[in-house]
Design a protein around this ligand. Structure first.
Ligand SMILES: *[C@@H]1O[C@H](CO)[C@@H](O)[C@H](O)[C@H]1NC(C)=O
Ligand SMILES: *[C@@H]1O[C@H](CO)[C@@H](O)[C@H](O)[C@H]1NC(C)=O
Length: 480
């Protein structure tokens, strides 16, 4: 036990060092122009993080640490970078909620003892933490669309409830918010000092953890958090598709994708054996253990440095953890190859992308509202959006992951607008389907907004199958 704790500590240190050296690489060694000329993009296999610090072979423990996203000081970020004659005119932020308690309990074991109250003397800490709690505890009822108005505004249980946001999760988003506020508000003056409520567009799914994550991010972001200027809309669908959710073909892709997942799992005898061993430890049928999704719980133990559960028949251990995590990674690899998930994603992500370009186009036409949009969401929201944009090499969305769309206006040609896409602070614009060969065709330093618009309105359906050119046809095609 002691050995494993030391091991975890060493791993955390190693990861910290890796990140520090990565940030150094990023800020001092790679000049801005190299990041923009696209030459570097081809040599990269996975988008985040750079291969420089990556272990030579896929390491499930390293991957799990990235997933935890334990808050640390040195955060690298390329948000808000553009040539001088470009002006930032709008920003759209899609986040995954922060670190949370598991969604399922492992049968017949004690739940991990994690405290979901927010305390200044506990790590991780953020300088705005106490002020956040203070402000939230004086919450105003009119800032939320029903049913959000009945939800607690910050986590507050001495033993976390299932799925509850933890202090780590709050700190992750306070940090995201502060980082984005420094760049977008302080540096680029995205909002005027007398900004009005309709310049923010805020939307969250109806989960406590997404609402609270959105609030923490905003609290870190805004210099003066004023309840009168905040209004969160409720999004009933995790795909953010409300009004346009009916799409039979998308569901067919999903069913095929799930079948693929199932068959891959059956082929992995080491995985089956591991589930078998774990089921014996807790003395339930293997099927029941698997259904309880033990990796989700084990990740919580791992991220919070709490030892894995034990019974009188033994303990879950690091070897079990590695086998299941490794299978997840292999599953994602096969998922990319088979492209069923891509089909699901193109249709699943269309409505939120359509909503985003709609907002961008209105700004480009000169409107001044909804300059900053925040969508607070889930891994099952971000994953399809990443995949639909062509960022399938990006890792599975970690806790508090952020995907950002920036809209820039060329001051020299005010009718021209460009977009940048950033995932967890990394500029991935030239990895996307709609701008990956931009530099071959154009000498412009930035990716034109029209590329994204054309992709969302039409090309994404052509990517799917050449016979459809719009969402409705693509959703109702016969015989996929
Ligand atoms: C993990 O927990 C052990 C005690 O159980 C502690 O000694 C160690 O410092 C912790 N490691 C980290 C990285 O917090
Ligand atoms: C796309 O956006 C337009 C403009 O807001 C809207 O009228 C249309 O219904 C949207 N379509 C889909 C499929 O989301």
């Amino acid at each position: 036990m002691l050995f494993r704790n030391r091991f975890l500590l060493l791993l955390a240190l190693a990861a910290l060092l890796a990140f520090l050296s990565l940030s150094l690489q990023f800020f001092h060694l790679i000049p801005m122009s190299a990041a923009r000329n696209g030459a570097s993009s081809k040599s990269r296999k996975r988008i985040m993080p750079d291969p420089v610090t990556e272990p030579p072979v896929t390491d499930p423990v390293y991957e799990a640490l990235l997933y935890c996203n334990i808050p640390r000081v040195a955060e690298r970020s390329m948000e808000g970078h553009a040539p001088h004659h470009f002006k930032l005119v709008s920003v759209h932020v899609l986040i995954r909620h922060g670190d949370r308690y598991p969604l399922y309990a492992i049968p017949k074991t004690k739940r991990p003892e994690i405290d979901c109250t927010l305390m200044a003397n506990r790590k991780p800490y953020h300088p705005k933490l106490e002020a956040f709690v203070n402000h939230m505890s004086k919450g105003s009822g009119s800032s939320f669309e029903s049913p959000l108005n009945s939800m607690p505004l910050y986590p507050n249980h001495a033993l976390c409830e299932m799925g509850e946001l933890t202090q780590t999760g709050v700190v992750q988003h306070l940090q995201n918010g502060q980082l984005l506020g420094d760049i977008y508000l302080k540096k680029h003056k995205l909002l005027p000092s007398d900004w009005s409520p309709d310049q923010l567009y805020l939307e969250t799914t109806g989960r406590t953890r997404t609402l609270q994550s959105g609030l923490a991010l905003l609290y870190g972001f805004l210099p003066d958090f004023d309840w009168k200027k905040i209004y969160f809309r409720h999004q009933p669908s995790v795909l953010f598709c409300s009004g346009n959710c009916y799409c039979p073909v998308r569901n067919q892709y999903l069913e095929k994708e799930q079948r693929r997942q199932y068959l891959l799992r059956l082929k992995n005898s080491q995985l089956e054996q591991t589930y078998g061993e774990m089921a014996k430890i807790v003395n339930v049928p293997t099927k029941l253990l698997r259904a309880a999704n033990p990796i989700d719980s084990m990740l919580c133990h791992f991220c919070h440095n709490v030892s894995f559960p034990c019974t009188s028949s033994g303990c879950f251990d690091m070897e079990h953890f590695k086998v299941i995590k490794m299978h997840q990674i292999e599953d994602e690899k096969e998922r990319r190859k088979k492209r069923l998930y891509l089909g699901y994603s193109l249709l699943g992500a269309h409505p939120i992308l359509n909503q985003t370009i709609d907002r961008m186009q209105r700004i480009a036409e000169g409107r001044k509202d909804e300059v900053f949009a925040l969508y607070s969401a889930h891994d099952v929201t971000l994953s399809p959006v990443l995949s639909a944009l062509g960022l399938s090499e990006a890792r599975f969305p970690r806790f508090a992951a952020r995907l950002i769309f920036e809209l820039w206006q060329d001051r020299e040609k005010p009718s021209e607008h460009s977009v940048r896409i950033l995932y967890n602070g990394v500029d991935v614009t030239f990895h996307t389907f709609f701008c990956q060969d931009h530099h071959k065709r154009s000498s412009k330093p930035m990716c034109p907004l029209e590329n994204l618009v054309r992709f969302v309105k039409r090309d994404m359906f052509v990517t799917l199958d050449s016979s459809s050119t719009n969402y409705h046809d693509a959703c109702h095609r016969e015989g996929v």
